[in-house]
Design a protein around this ligand. Structure first.
Ligand code: ADP
Ligand code: ZN
Length: 526
C-alpha cells in the first residue's frame, strides 16, 4: 500500500480516500479485474466514473499507475485534485522545465508516485519506455482510448504507438477507457492496443434523464431564448456555437436580454477563461456560450440544458457535448436548432478543408450519421443508441416520441426540384446554390433571374404550391438523404447518389413536416 491511505480493499479506498459510499455501475468489477492483474477495455459514458477504475487499482497495486492522456491542459488540475485527497500524483509533459521532469523521474524510480500522467507522444519515446522499465509499475491506463481509431472523430497517430506496451510490459495490467462506444471503435481499440486478452466492460450509454430535441432553425437565437425563459430560467446551461464570432455575439445577445451568459472560446485570455469556468462551477444559473473548447474536464452535475446552435460534426461529438447535461440524474434538456445552412456549410467545410481523401470520407460519413439523427422521424434515443451498437425501445422522452412528426408524401416536390437542377445543367450548363434554385421554383422575378432569362425555363414557377420555408425544409431533408448534394466552394446543388429512385418514382418519398418553431415537447422531462 502506498500513499497516505491505509485501506487495503477497493471499497475501503473508495470510502477513505475518495469519500464515496458505494461503487457505481461496473466500477467494482473493473477494479477487481485490474487489481488482479488482468487487462480491461472500458466503454463508459462521460461522467460515468472512469477515473476511479484506474485510480483505485493504482493505489492497491505496488508501484506507479501510469495514465496516458492526450489532454495535457488538464493534467495539472487532475494532479492537484488527487493531491488534495492525499494521493501522490505527478505528470510528465512538455510544460515542465527539464529540472522538474528530472525530479518526477527520480520520484518515479524511488516508487514515490501513485499516479503519473503522461501524453502518448512522451510515453512511446524509447527513452521513456526504458525509464519505466526500471521503475515499479502498477498498471497502464489508456484514457480517451478511441484516439487510436483511424475511423473515429479524434484520431491521434501517437496512440498507435501504445501497442508497444503489450510487449515491453507483459506483466503489467492495462486498462483502456473511452466514452465512445461504436462497435468499430471498440474493435479497433482491442486490436490496435493489443488488448486481445482483456475483459470488456460496456456500460449502457443511455442517459434517460436527458430529453433530446432537435428543431428546424428559424431565428435560432429567439428559439434559444424561448427555451431558456420558458423551461430553464435561472438554470445553468451550455450553448455550443461553431465559431468564436458567433459565441461572442450570442453571449452578448443573451446578456442584453437578461440571461447571465458568458462567452468561452480558445481565443480568449487564459485568465478570462479560467474565471468563466470558476463562475460556471460555483455560481448558479450561469449560461456559458462556447465553442467545443469548453467542457472537457469540467464536471458540473447540475447543468440543466445543453443547446446547439450549429450542427455538431459527428454523433460522437453530439453525444459527448449533450452528455454534460444532467449528470446529477435530474431532468435535463439537450436541444438543437439546425437548418439548411448547417448542412451546406458543413459539407463545404469538409470539401474545402485539408486532409487526405480518407479523412474527408470519414468526415462525410460522420456528418451523414449526424444528419440522419436530425432528420429521423423515429425516437432520437433509439437512433442514438443504435449508433453506439445498443438496441432500445422508443423512449417516451424525446421530441419525436412526445410529439411524433407528421410525414407527407414529398415525391412530387422532390422530383420538381431534381428536374430543375437537371434542366439548368442540361439546357444552360448552369448550377446554382439554393437561393437561385428557390427563385426559379417559386417563379420569383428579380434582377438575378431576369439577367439570366430563367423565366423562359419550362420549370419556371413549378414549385409555387410550396412556400420558401417549405422548400427549405424539403431541400434540407433531401440533402440529409443524399437525394441532392451541395458541392464545391459555393455549395451548388446537384442530384445526389440517391436521386435515381426518386426521379423514377420508385416508392414514395416521405418527409417530415417541420415542427412549428414555437412548439415545445410536452412539458418538462420526466
Ligand atoms: P468520466 O471520466 O467517466 O467522465 P469521472 O471519473 O470524471 O467520469 O467521474 C465523474 C464524476 O463522478 C466525478 O465527480 C467523480 O468523482 C464522480 N464519481 C465517480 N465514481 C463515483 C462513485 N462511485 N460515487 C460517487 N461519485 C462518483
Ligand atoms: Zn424517444
Amino acid at each position: 500500500m502506498t500513499s497516505s491511505a491505509t485501506a487495503t480493499t477497493s471499497l475501503g479506498v473508495l470510502q477513505e480516500v475518495f469519500g464515496y459510499d458505494a461503487f457505481r455501475g461496473e466500477q467494482a468489477e473493473i477494479i477487481e479485474q485490474v487489481v488482479g492483474g488482468g487487462d480491461a477495455v472500458v466503454l463508459m459514458p462521460t461522467g460515468g466514473g472512469k477515473s476511479l477504475c484506474y485510480q483505485i487499482p493504482a493505489l492497491l497495486r505496488d508501484g506507479t499507475g501510469v495514465v496516458v492522456s492526450p489532454l495535457i491542459a488538464l493534467m495539472a488540475d487532475q494532479v492537484a485534485a488527487l493531491e488534495a485527497v492525499g494521493i501522490r500524483a505527478a505528470y510528465l509533459n512538455s510544460t515542465l522545465e527539464p529540472y522538474e521532469a528530472q525530479e518526477v523521474e527520480r520520484q518515479l524510480l524511488a516508487g514515490d508516485i501513485d499516479l503519473l500522467y503522461m501524453a502518448p507522444e512522451r510515453l512511446i519515446l524509447s527513452r521513456t519506455v526504458e525509464l519505466l522499465k526500471r521503475a515499479p509499475i502498477a498498471l497502464f491506463a489508456i484514457d480517451e482510448a478511441h484516439c487510436v481509431s483511424q475511423w473515429g472523430h479524434d484520431f491521434r497517430p501517437d496512440y498507435m504507438g501504445l501497442s508497444v506496451l503489450a510487449d515491453a510490459f507483459p506483466d503489467v495490467p492495462r486498462i483502456a477507457l473511452t466514452a465512445t462506444a461504436t462497435r468499430a471503435t471498440h474493435q479497433e481499440i482491442t486490436e490496435r492496443l493489443r488488448m486481445e486478452n482483456a475483459r470488456h466492460f460496456v456500460s449502457n450509454f443511455d442517459r434517460p434523464n436527458i430529453q433530446y430535441r432537435i428543431e428546424s432553425k428559424d431565428r435560432a437565437k429567439d428559439q434559444l431564448l424561448r427555451l431558456i425563459q420558458s423551461e430553464h430560467p435561472g438554470e445553468a446551461g451550455i450553448v455550443y456555437c461553431m465559431s468564436r464570432k458567433s459565441v461572442e455575439s450570442t453571449a452578448a445577445w443573451l446578456s442584453a436580454r437578461g440571461v447571465d451568459a458568458m462567452p468561452y472560446h480558445a481565443g480568449l485570455d487564459a485568465a478570462v477563461r479560467q474565471d468563466t469556468q470558476v463562475r460556471f462551477l460555483r455560481e448558479e444559473g450561469i449560461v456559458v456560450v462556447a465553442t467545443i473548447a469548453f467542457g472537457m474536464g469540467i464536471d458540473k452535475p447540475d447543468v440543466r440544458f445543453v443547446a446547439h446552435l450549429d450542427l455538431p460534426k459527428s454523433i460522437e461529438g453530439y453525444y459527448q457535448e449533450t452528455g454534460r447535461a444532467g449528470r446529477d440524474g435530474m431532468p435535463a434538456t439537450a436541444w438543437m436548432a439546425y437548418g439548411l445552412g448547417d448542412v451546406v456549410n458543413q459539407r463545404r467545410m469538409i470539401d474545402q478543408g485539408g486532409g487526405s481523401d480518407l479523412h474527408k470520407r470519414n468526415a462525410r460519413s460522420h456528418l451523414d450519421a449526424m444528419l440522419a439523427l436530425c432528420e429521423t422521424t423515429d425516437c432520437r434515443r433509439v437512433q442514438l443508441l443504435r449508433y453506439f451498437g445498443q438496441d432500445s425501445e422508443p423512449c417516451g422522452n424525446c421530441d419525436t416520441c412526445l410529439n411524433p412528426p407528421k410525414v407527407w408524401d414529398a415525391t412530387v416536390p422532390a422530383q420538381k426540384l431534381l428536374s430543375t437542377l437537371i434542366r439548368l445543367q442540361r439546357e444552360r450548363g448552369e448550377q446554382f446554390g439554393s437561393g437561385k434554385v428557390f427563385d426559379i421554383l417559386l417563379g420569383r422575378s428579380n434582377e438575378r433571374t431576369e439577367a439570366s432569362r430563367h423565366q423562359e425555363l419550362s420549370v419556371w414557377g413549378i414549385g409555387q404550391d410550396l412556400s420558401e420555408r417549405e422548400w427549405r425544409s424539403v431541400l434540407r431533408q433531401l440533402l440529409a438523404r443524399r437525394v441532392v448534394e451541395a458541392v464545391g466552394d459555393f455549395g451548388v446543388l446537384v442530384p445526389g447518389p440517391e436521386a435515381g429512385p426518386v426521379l423514377r418514382g420508385e416508392g414514395t418519398l416521405e418527409l417530415a413536416v417541420d415542427r412549428a418553431p414555437t412548439a415545445r415537447a410536452n412539458g418538462r422531462a420526466r
